[in-house]
Design a protein around this ligand. Structure first.
Ligand code: SF4
Length: 702
């Protein structure tokens, strides 16, 4: 028998917001396998391929093991360079390496100088949502308290900030209302703007199970997603029409008096104004679609979906296909209106489920990594700028220093050419990361940190479930919060950062954010690791929100009608300009595949994942094949992509396009400009008008 010492350690998947329970099999401090806990409340014994195979990144050779300092930074700061000269070692033409103490000493000295010279508001912190709540908490605290700047934001800016905004405006809480397993108790499901089978596959498993046996699923999207194959209503809609469609559903429910009169009377307000406004809005009548060529079937299908939703116990799921638009926040309000109208909220088997993207994006927002919320969604002393405005401030030379923790704004944010220029204007950029991502390549100081599989910390998944993650392997890199603690101490804020462990950080979170976390001590989270606990956690946790009242000041849900504004593709169709014989005027949307995740920093280090998707593909309708050929460049008014290989499928509607954006070299996000959600500036990633430039095979293989 081989002498193998295998440990099996329970933890949580580091990828998407589903938050699957995993078991890591570890041999001699190496992960050799990850499998699903068969009793896992979330995973139910299954993981997708990212969860199962996506762990090679942990020991990838190109992990940042030693802090790096850019040579140019040292040249520009000769006094600092001289102070630390004997602690720096050359790495290559661009970088020196050093130890953590020296890297944080250099960073703290530079930050102090910038704060002294330009004031505290010349500093900003933009974080990701892959790290733990403890690190996210320390991150906003460092920005607000140590540096004295209100400018802290996180990657929810480019994903679900409109869900937070829209839900808080109407029902007072921006989070999923029910546990995933309520899917088994529901009678009807609407999935809108979500490629659930690829982006949230373990939730999709439940939806598919129910749809197959109960024929109770409507899928609403601009293309036919894989999930739509299971749908009773495969509802393909024009681009930028979510709010239009949702208002139409409410119109039908009101017009046919299918709403829950008692629920509306006792638990909501503003109903009469809302009803009058919507019934008087000609675009809210589904017969509007009789005039929209290519989409006439929606005039009948939308009322049918609305009727089933209203008379049954129903749930709605949505993703970035709803939020990443000009009217994303208003569309989320329209979703909550449907639930308020029909009483499909505040009970088992009914509710609203925003499908959050990253493993801890709910937690990062809960911790106050937002310019307009302190921890626990309390008002901050001062409201800071959202990321797009921070980038403007960099361009204008007002913002001088940026701390970036696990977020690649030089890859996954829009308007990449503008961001490149803005980053050039900074006097100091520090990055905490696992790998040399696009933003890390542009940094002055880069500190390598522990990954989720190497540390202890709390993660909050898309159903508000807290999971205390434990390390699968040991690692001598610092956790994100430890880097921040060192920086704070060197900036004279040591007493405020007297943390010796992640548990001590969490104890402070429980004091500062008692409304959600007061009862969630580590020892309780350990005991409840299998089941998890859904916030708010006092003595008990809270699987279903809004049972008796909403989390608004008066406990009532609010109707806030916002009409759809005629524009884009629908307007072009109505005016006879859309279907034309030209390579201009295509509508492009973007998304992800099952194998890849976010900026691919982790997934592409796993050959079993990379081999499944080693380039970004463009999908087009088969009628385009003759004109497009094998490869095309896309051009918008903001920039150009690199050449993309084209695949053809009738899941894509004529004159619309779909692509993934995982590989930085494709420069897909250079196509997007500053157009964004009206209220919270989330980029309009789900719709951009492009010209298609065929380039044949000249670009060769991938
Ligand atoms: S569904 Fe999400 S959380 Fe679950 S295994 Fe896949 S990537 Fe991990």
């Amino acid at each position: 028998m081989p002498n193998r010492e295998l440990n099996e350690i329970e933890s949580v998947c580091t990828y998407c917001g589903v938050g699957c329970d995993i078991v890591g099999v570890v041999e001699k401090n190496r992960i050799v396998k990850i499998y699903a806990d068969k009793d896992g409340v979330v995973s139910q014994g299954k993981l997708c391929i990212k969860g199962k195979y996506g762990y090679d990144f942990v020991e990838a050779r190109d992990r940042i093991r030693k802090p790096r300092v850019r040579r140019r930074f040292l040249e520009r700061n000769p006094e600092l360079a001289e102070r630390c000269a004997d602690r720096l070692e050359p790495l290559d033409d661009e970088w020196m390496t050093t130890d953590l103490e020296t890297a944080t000493e250099l960073a703290a000295a530079k930050l102090a100088e910038i704060r002294e010279r330009y004031g505290s508001h010349s500093f900003a912190a933009i974080g990701g949502a892959r790290t733990s709540c403890e690190s996210a908490y320390a991150f906003q605290k460092f920005c607000r308290e140590t540096m004295g700047s209100p400018h802290v934001d996180n990657c929810a800016r480019v994903c679900h900030s409109p869900s937070l905004q829209g839900m808080r405006a109407t029902i007072g809480e921006g989070a999923a209302t029910n546990p995933y397993n309520d899917i088994y108790e529901t009678e009807f499901m609407i999935v809108i703007g979500s490629n659930t089978l690829e982006a949230h596959p373990i939730i999709a498993n439940r939806i598919v199970d129910m749809a197959r046996t109960h024929n109770n699923l409507a899928v609403i999207d601009v293309r036919r997603t894989k999930l739509a194959k299971q749908a009773k209503y495969d509802c393909v809609i024009p681009f930028e029409a979510n709010l239009l469609i949702l208002n139409m559903m409410a119109y039908v429910i009101l017009d046919e008096e299918l709403y829950d009169k008692e629920f509306v009377a006792t638990r909501t307000k503003n109903f009469e104004e809302y009803r009058e406004a919507i019934l008087a809005d000609p675009t809210a009548d589904p017969s509007f679609f009789k005039e929209v060529e290519g989409y006439e079937y929606l005039a009948k299908m939308i009322p049918n979906i609305a009727r089933e939703y209203a008379v049954k116990k129903s749930m709605i799921f949505w993703g970035l296909g709803v939020t990443e638009h000009l009217d994303g926040s208003y569309a989320v309000m329209a979703l909550t209106h449907l639930a308020l109208l029909t009483g499909n909220i505040g009970r088992a088997g009914a509710g609203l489920m925003p499908l959050r993207g990253q493993n801890n994006v709910q937690g990062a927002c809960d911790m106050g990594c937002l310019p307009y919320y302190d921890p626990d969604y309390q008002p901050p002393k001062e409201v800071g700028l959202m990321t797009p405005r921070l980038i403007d401030a960099m361009e204008e030379g007002k913002l001088k220093a940026l701390l970036n923790m696990g977020e690649d704004i030089a890859h996954i944010h829009p308007n990449l050419n503008k961001i490149d220029n803005a980053l050039e204007k900074l006097e100091f950029l520090m990055v905490q990361e696992l790998f040399m991502t696009e933003i890390a390549r542009r940094a002055d100081i880069v500190v390598g940190v522990k990954s989720a599989y190497e540390k202890t910390g709390v993660y909050v998944n898309a159903m508000r479930r807290l999971h205390l993650s434990q390390p699968l392997v040991e690692c001598d890199l610092p956790d994100d919060w430890e880097v921040l603690t060192l920086l704070a101490k060197k900036l004279g804020d040591g007493e405020n950062f007297a943390f010796a462990s992640s548990e001590e950080v969490w104890e402070e979170v429980r004091r500062v954010a008692p409304r959600r976390f007061s009862g969630a001590a580590y020892y309780r989270l350990k005991r409840h690791r299998k089941r998890g606990m859904q916030w708010p956690v006092y003595h008990e946790d809270t699987p279903i929100l809004h049972l008796l009242d909403f989390r608004t000041e008066d406990g009532l849900g609010r109707f806030l009608y916002h009409p759809w504004r005629r524009r884009g593709m629908v307007e072009e169709i109505l005016e006879g300009r859309f279907y034309r014989d030209s390579l201009e005027g295509y509508y492009l949307t973007t998304g992800r595949t099952l194998a890849h995740y976010n900026n691919a920093a982790q997934t592409r280090r796993s050959p079993r994942l990379l081999n499944r998707h080693n380039e970004d593909l463009l999908w087009a309708h088969p009628d385009e094949e003759e004109r497009f050929g094998d490869r095309v460049i896309l051009r918008s008014e903001h920039g150009e992509s690199e050449a993309l290989r084209v695949a053809y499928s009738d899941a894509i509607r004529p004159r619309t396009l779909y692509t993934t954006f995982h590989h930085a070299r494709s420069r897909i996000n250079a196509l997007f400009g500053d157009e964004s959600d009206e209220l919270v500036l989330t980029a309009r990633f789900k719709s951009v008008r492009v010209e298609v430039i065929p380039v044949g095979e000249v670009w060769g293989g991938s």
